[in-house]
Design a protein around this ligand. Structure first.
Ligand SMILES: [Fe+2]
Length: 387
């Protein structure tokens, strides 16, 4: 009997709770972990919107002290991680609660790594470089896109080299994710669109990844369905909790898919842009996705057609070329309908930047699982298409 496609596959996921007001369980879980003093890692906007107060209130109810660390920028920097680790040690913390988008969550993972292992955060670049497990980490995402709340990835900006490094390890999967749609109700339509396109990119890249598996496929395809149906309506009605829940579910499925199947050229190229010019991660993905799909398509057309079906496209009577065009046009139409219409050039990227951007993208670990292995010239051409 053939065993093709039946090889052993691992799927890593944290415990998570999804539902309205999940954030209010932070105190109870911190207590379960035996914590007496929590470092709350977050950003200024989340504090302004009142979501951090809810979390610190739940800690106080359990008699747990806290220190807030919120000096984090949109692409979290190595220096911010090291500063956060200093605050963690100085305050005598024994656990971390991260609340926010991808930046506070990734920064919190970095703080945990340095707190347990010492050294400099950049020392842990790559796969499985962390020896000692990080302290208990509770993640509360406030965007429907990051996936950092369930993933084994942390992306940190190396400010000296101006590149983003990836740290990938089972040891940074959060101990619990509290996935709550309520904080999404204060997320602007623009950030909803950017982060939602990040989630869609996670699913598309996980589905066509060389490391995909039947279990990651199920999550990736369902995530595409959920995001296609609910992202645009959620942008139009930010306070609709039902729509926000569906996008959070889509983001969760995308996170589980990419954490286990890894990503591809879109993320490699977006990481390069984020490190080089500090551009928003979701917007970079949104602008690159259709161009990378066009490049990758010949490597796995049947995979992209399954994505097209999940997008709700009728591909039945079309030939190979028309199918490809319709799927890519579907992504472009979604992006434009979400108001993401700037080019990379509009964001300040110039033709002179492209060779260095492409060099860094080729070094990114996400490139290893892209279904087609590009050359420097291929990557330069894709960036040019986005200018
Ligand atoms: Fe992403």
């Amino acid at each position: 009997m053939t065993r093709d496609g039946l090889e052993l596959r691992k799927f890593v996921a944290p415990e998570f709770i999804i539902g309205a007001d999940a954030r209010l369980l932070a105190g109870r879980y911190a207590k379960n972990f035996g914590s007496r003093h929590v470092l709350v890692v977050t950003g200024p906007e989340i504090i302004r919107n009142g979501w951090v107060r809810d979390v610190t209130g739940s800690l106080e109810e359990e008699g747990i002290e806290h220190t807030i660390f919120s000096a984090i920028t949109q692409n979290p920097r190595d220096t911010e991680v090291m500063e956060g680790a200093k605050v963690y040690a100085g305050s005598g913390c024994d656990a971390i609660v991260a609340i926010g988008g991808g930046s506070p969550l990734d920064c919190a993972k970095g703080i945990g790594i340095v707190s347990s292992n010492g050294g400099q955060i950049l020392d842990f670049e790559g796969v499985d470089r962390i020896k000692v497990p990080a302290p208990p980490l509770i993640c509360i995402p406030t965007t429907a896109g990051t996936g950092a709340d369930v993933s084994q990835f942390a992306i940190i900006n190396d400010t000296a080299r101006k590149v983003k490094i990836a740290i990938i390890s089972k040891k940074i999967v959060p101990d619990i994710a509290l996935i709550d749609p309520v904080p999404l109700t204060t997320l602007s339509p623009e950030l909803t669109a950017h982060t939602g396109m990040d989630a869609i990119t996670h699913s598309v890249e996980a589905y066509v990844s060389n490391a995909s598996s039947p279990v990651t496929d199920i999550h990736a395809i369902e995530s595409i369905r959920l995001m296609m149906a609910h992202l645009q309506p959620a942008c139009r009605a930010p306070e609709d909790l039902g729509l926000r829940y569906q996008t959070m579910l889509g983001s969760l499925c995308a996170g589980l898919a990419f954490s286990n199947a890894s990503l591809g050229a879109v993320h490699a190229m977006a990481h390069s842009l984020g490190g080089f010019s500090d551009l928003p991660h979701g917007e970079c993905n949104a602008l690159l996705l259709e161009h990378v799909m066009a490049y990758n398509f010949p490597a796995c057309p049947e995979r992209y057609e399954a994505i097209g079906h999940a997008m709700g496209l009728d591909l039945g009577s079309l030939g190979h070329t028309e199918r490809r065009e319709k799927i890519i046009a579907g992504i472009r139409t979604l992006r434009e309908s979400l108001g993401i219409t700037a080019s990379l050039g509009d964001l300040g990227v110039t033709a002179a930047d492209i060779p260095a951007l492409a060099r860094n993208a080729l070094q990114d670990p996400c490139m290893a699982t892209n279904p087609r292995q590009p050359t420097q010239t291929d990557i330069e051409r894709i960036y040019e298409e986005g200018l």
